[in-house]
Design a protein around this ligand. Structure first.
Ligand SMILES: Cc1cc2nc3c(=O)[nH]c(=O)nc-3n(C[C@H](O)[C@H](O)[C@H](O)COP(=O)(O)OP(=O)(O)OC[C@H]3O[C@@H](n4cnc5c(N)ncnc54)[C@H](O)[C@@H]3O)c2cc1C
Length: 373
């Protein structure tokens, strides 16, 4: 068997693994092992590609804010990585409480009435809206440019990706050893950035799992509505996340905002879930759904407190977790990539200590067996 040594082995070539590898590659030799034939095949290539400052809990908001500098710089891409979009959450009478607490906890959110919401997105039915919140600063992310930018940065240092790497064993002697068929990779540090499969990878390495639950989320592409200027509509959805839609490459993306717990797999949409979601969208709008041009699904993987798991495993030296990014893994990836590299290299992180503690793999309330097979 051929043995290749490195300073860090990263498992997973999604935005998490590639981002961390890019930040590590200026410090030492980094090898990313990706099972698929290409990077970004799973969740990273299937997201809605939105950056929303007010999305998620306080830890996620802090990570999103800490990512802004990288997005706004030209370090990773000459073209802007973020472009204006806006985000509109609408609420029915019974959801006004939720709207008020979202506004109280958020920043830069404007309260709109039904007519103002409809002025932004003319297909909305005013009689379904008791109130709305608008985040003008929400933006679209160019995910491919972000991923390619990180790949370039990684290759500019001492980093490379091995695709088609099917891991057969992970063991630890003096260093970690990861076997993929007839090649073994050895390094003192291993980064578990395997997305929905992160608990499986931990299990293979004999490390305590974090109770990761992959949740399926689907999306459908519909023909563009016949409304002038629709490409400039904000992302719009119910405050309860029962559906959302956004203009996407000249079409309309509609998601049922489903969160179906599943085993890690190459996700595909469930026709019934999609149909029910499209029905909720139709009831909130005047857009008649006649044809779905294409659909897909991806996995958003969460642990119990819906906060990412980032840091060294308390029970296995040199095993670094970078998982559980849920529905926020693109927008928070710059901060998580830098934090991971800082923690691995031993540089003082710019992220506050209370945020790092909230991400810790050893925190209480997470962990245990995965409830599916
Ligand atoms: C429909 C949808 C909409 C979303 N919208 C947004 C959004 O608007 N904004 C946002 O910020 N986030 C969004 N997300 C979430 C975001 O996509 C994820 O949080 C993010 O992509 C996770 O990145 P990752 O690198 O951890 O996972 P992945 O991209 O899934 O990468 C993990 C990689 O690990 C590889 N792997 C797994 N096991 C092994 C193994 N044993 N050996 C080798 N390789 C392995 C896999 O093949 C995969 O390529 C959305 C997700 C979905 C599904």
């Amino acid at each position: 068997m051929t043995v290749t040594t490195a300073d860090v082995i990263v498992i997973g070539g999604g935005i998490a693994g590639i981002g961390a590898a890019a930040r590590l590659a200026s410090h030492g030799k980094v090898i990313v092992l990706e099972r698929e034939a290409a990077t970004g095949t799973h969740s990273t290539g299937r997201s809605a590609a939105v950056y929303i400052e007010n999305y998620g809990n306080a830890t996620l908001k802090a990570l999103t804010a800490a990512s802004a500098g990288v997005y706004e710089s030209h370090e990773l891409s000459d073209a802007p990585l973020l472009t204006p979009r806006g985000e509109l959450s609408i609420a029915a009478e019974a959801e006004l409480g939720l709207l008020e607490s979202a506004q109280a906890e958020g920043k830069g959110l404007e309260r709109l009435n039904a007519a103002q919401a409809r002025a932004l997105v003319p297909i909305l039915r005013e009689d379904q809206i008791a109130g709305a919140l608008y985040e003008a600063g929400a933006r679209d992310i160019d995910v491919d440019a972000l991923l390619q930018g990180y790949l370039r940065l990684m290759r500019g240092g001492d980093g490379r990706v091995v695709t088609g790497a099917k891991i057969t064993a992970i063991t630890r002697g003096k260093a970690w050893r990861v076997e993929t068929g007839d090649t073994a990779y050895e390094a003192p540090v291993i980064v578990n950035a395997a997305g929905a499969w992160a608990d499986e990878v931990a299990g293979l390495a004999g490390v305590r799992t974090v109770g990761l639950i992959p949740m399926r989320r689907s999306a459908a592409i519909l023909p563009a509505p016949d409304v002038e200027g629709f490409e400039h509509w904000p992302v719009v959805g119910s405050i309860h996340e029962t559906w959302y839609c956004k203009p996407q490459s000249g079409k309309l993306l509609v998601s049922p905002a489903d969160e179906e717990p599943v085993v890690p797999h190459d996700a595909f949409p469930d026709d019934m879930v999609l149909a029910e979601g499209l029905d909720r969208f139709e009831r909130a709008t005047t857009y008649p759904v006649k044809r779905v041009e294409r659909s897909w699904a991806g996995l958003r993987s969460f642990v119990a407190d819906r906060t990412p798991v980032v840091g060294f495993a308390p029970d296995a030296q040199g095993f670094f977790w970078l998982a559980g990014q849920g529905g926020y893994g693109i927008q928070t990836s710059p901060a998580l990539a830098q934090l991971s590299a800082d923690m691995i290299v031993g540089t003082k992180p710019a992220i506050a200590g209370n945020i790092i503690a909230a991400l810790s793999p050893g925190r209480s309330g997470i962990g245990g067996d995965v409830p599916f097979g």
